[in-house]
Design a binder for this molecule. Structure first.
Ligand SMILES: Nc1ncnc2c1ncn2[C@@H]1O[C@H](COP(=O)(O)OP(=O)(O)OP(=O)(O)O)[C@@H](O)[C@H]1O
Length: 268
């Protein structure tokens, strides 16, 4: 039986294969925080508009660093980065790209959730009416209406995460970089985020150690180790490769391990 989520996945894959627009283009990008240790070395990759890409690798392999480079928060020491054909200038705000920080605390600072979500659109110089429309849309999409008047610092970790996502969506970025989006979510909120991302039309890059989550949302995965891309391909094909996953400090996801049907067990 074909489910509606499988149908929308096929539609989405067709849409991507027909798209020729490049959303993110990294050519020979290198970066290090100090002379002693290189974090990213000669990374080249292209992500098409509308793709949903998982970004995986062990702790400290450079996922967040790469996100900061794409947003222009850090300067590449070598190489070029383009988003939708425009070269990323470090220190300049690029409204096409939104980054969900690993720690939502880094993103929330206003007296109320409403003000926090409105902060970005106001700074884009939008009219009061448009800001109101965007905040309402972001609250709807993330299911956070009930939190609108609460101070962000009184929220639980998962609530903060959803409000931080709402703040990002209110900016309507064409590319969204999610850094560990499920880290503090309970199962119901994680499921809501999966449904939301499955229906999303933006270009998504998601760094996560939650491989089952990535399997549900992404079509492609990029595996990084020692500052280089060691695998880039269809997500199931890459993650099914147990020796590859283990060689880079990861495990094959449980859902990709074939489980014998109980009826196949030999009769004793
Ligand atoms: N500001 C900084 N100064 C010096 N070193 C840093 C800085 N930020 C990160 N690093 C180091 O760079 C390396 C890459 O860090 P990064 O946060 O990009 O990894 P990550 O893949 O996102 O890790 P995780 O999966 O744990 O979130 C790590 O060894 C980290 O300690």
């Amino acid at each position: 039986m074909i489910t509606s989520s499988q149908t929308s996945r096929v539609d989405h894959e067709l849409q991507i294969s027909n798209s020729s627009q490049c959303a993110i283009d990294l050519q020979q990008v290198s970066f290090s925080y100090s002379e002693q240790r290189s974090i990213l070395a000669n990374i080249s990759l292209r992500i098409k508009a509308g793709e949903r890409v998982g970004f995986i690798g062990h702790n400290g392999c450079g996922k967040t660093t790469l996100f900061r480079l794409v947003c222009g928060l850090l300067p590449a020491h070598q190489g070029t980065i383009h988003v939708f054909g425009k070269q990323v200038q470090p220190g300049t705000f690029h409204s096409e790209v939104g980054l969900l920080f690993q720690d939502p605390e880094d993103q929330l600072f206003s007296p109320s959730v409403w003000d926090d979500i409105a902060f970005g659109p106001f700074n884009l110089g939008l009219s009061e009416e448009e800001v109101k429309r965007r905040v309402t849309m972001a609250l709807d999409l993330t299911g956070t209406h009930a939190l609108a008047n609460r101070p962000p610092h009184h929220l639980s970790g998962g609530e903060k995460q959803m409000v931080a996502i709402a703040g990002l969506l209110a900016m309507k970025p064409k590319i969204v970089l999610y850094d560990e989006p499920t880290a503090s979510l309970d199962l119901r909120t994680r499921r809501r985020l999966i449904h939301f991302l499955q229906g999303s039309r933006e270009t998504l890059v998601i760094a996560s150690h939650d491989l089952e989550f990535l399997l549900e949302v992404c079509d492609r995965v990029i595996l990084v180790d020692d500052g280089v891309v060691v695998a880039d391909g269809e997500i199931r094909q890459v993650m099914r490769n147990q020796s590859l996953m283990e060689a880079h400090g990861l495990e094959k996801p449980h859902s990709l391990i074939p489980h014998p049907h109980p009826c196949d067990a030999p009769l004793s």
